[in-house]
Design a protein around this ligand. Structure first.
Ligand SMILES: NC(=O)c1ccc[n+]([C@@H]2O[C@H](COP(=O)([O-])OP(=O)(O)OC[C@H]3O[C@@H](n4cnc5c(N)ncnc54)[C@H](OP(=O)(O)O)[C@@H]3O)[C@@H](O)[C@H]2O)c1
Length: 269
């Protein structure tokens, strides 16, 4: 399958590398279209496909076209590629906030898949939520899911509005985790650990807690119950978290991200 990635920035290159690594495509089957060829080439190591700067030179060969430019660049891009597209080509957009109806209207194509990846895709640990227009066939959908699986785990949703929710949970989610990690590192430093020690303690704790969680069929509240003994240290910390409504704050933060994703989407439409 010939894959064209439009936008050779962070995500575009992450995708290209992952596809080669997972043998989804050979370097010969992979093409990147970027505004400035020099910039993309200087960022890329030669084995992630050919780089073009003119859509006329690479668009017609592609079976799957991945749209990975910034949302604000989409309009100019749509105008330039619309006349070159074939109705048989499948489009996969990872642009935040640009809906399937907008892509359909502006590009005049029917086979559209919209996905919301996240940053750990860079190391094959991403979480991508995706949906599709009715015109995408079952086989095309499975093929694209395989392609996306090269960057981590995937979840298909029927309703497009769930992509805004995915943006608020898994899209922005890594930043929430880093926010909490950073606060805990600060606490560790205040207690006397140096920077490196604080980083080790916190990152290994997150990793251990997550892997333990994944290795067992035990819920988060149950794990919390197991580590907190009555009158003990964990309970002392959790008591403060409850008093300060930390849990509610986390939920409200995610809700605010959802609202913002919806606002940005409305703005684009
Ligand atoms: N980064 C993430 O974690 C993440 C997560 C989920 C979704 N996304 C989505 O992924 C998309 C890309 O994000 P990014 O972080 O990879 O952005 P980025 O690093 O800025 O890359 C965007 C690339 O698109 C190129 N470009 C702009 N207009 C173009 C055009 N008309 N034709 C061809 N190439 C064009 C730019 O080229 P020049 O450099 O030459 O201008 C740049 O290399 C965004 O829509 C974003 O919403 C990103």
């Amino acid at each position: 399958m010939n894959i064209l990635i439009i936008g050779g920035g962070h995500m575009g290159q992450t995708y290209a590398r992952s596809f080669i690594q997972a043998q989804i495509a050979t370097a010969g089957q992979l093409t990147i279209l970027n505004k400035s060829t020099e910039k993309a080439e200087s960022r890329a190591d030669a084995q992630i496909g050919r780089v073009f700067s003119r859509a006329e030179d690479c668009l017609s060969r592609a079976d799957l076209i991945i749209l990975a430019v910034k949302p604000q660049d989409s309009e100019a891009l749509f105008q330039s590629i619309r006349p070159l597209l074939d109705p048989g080509q499948v489009l996969l957009s990872i642009m935040a906030g640009i809906s399937i109806p907008t892509i359909r209207e502006q590009l005049g194509v029917e086979k559209i898949i919209r996905a919301m990846p996240n940053l750990p895709a860079q190391i094959g640990r991403g979480m991508t939520v995706f949906t599709s227009s009715d015109e995408v066939t079952r086989i095309e959908l499975v093929t694209v899911q395989n392609v996306l699986n090269a960057t981590g785990k995937t979840l298909y949703v029927e309703r497009e509005e769930l992509l805004d929710a995915a943006t608020a949970i898994s899209g922005s989610g890594p930043a929430y985790v880093w926010f909490y990690m950073d606060a805990l590192m600060e606490a560790a430093r205040q207690m006397g650990f140096n920077e490196g020690e604080a980083e080790l303690l916190v990152s290994q704790t997150f990793l251990g807690a997550l892997e333990l969680y994944q290795a067992n069929n035990t819920s988060c509240p149950e794990w919390i119950r197991r580590v907190s003994s009555r009158g003990g240290t964990t309970e002392a910390a959790l008591l403060v978290y409850r008093q300060t409504a930390f849990r509610e704050d986390l939920i409200q933060g995610a809700q605010a991200a959802l609202e913002r994703a919806r606002e940005l989407g409305r703005h684009e439409d």
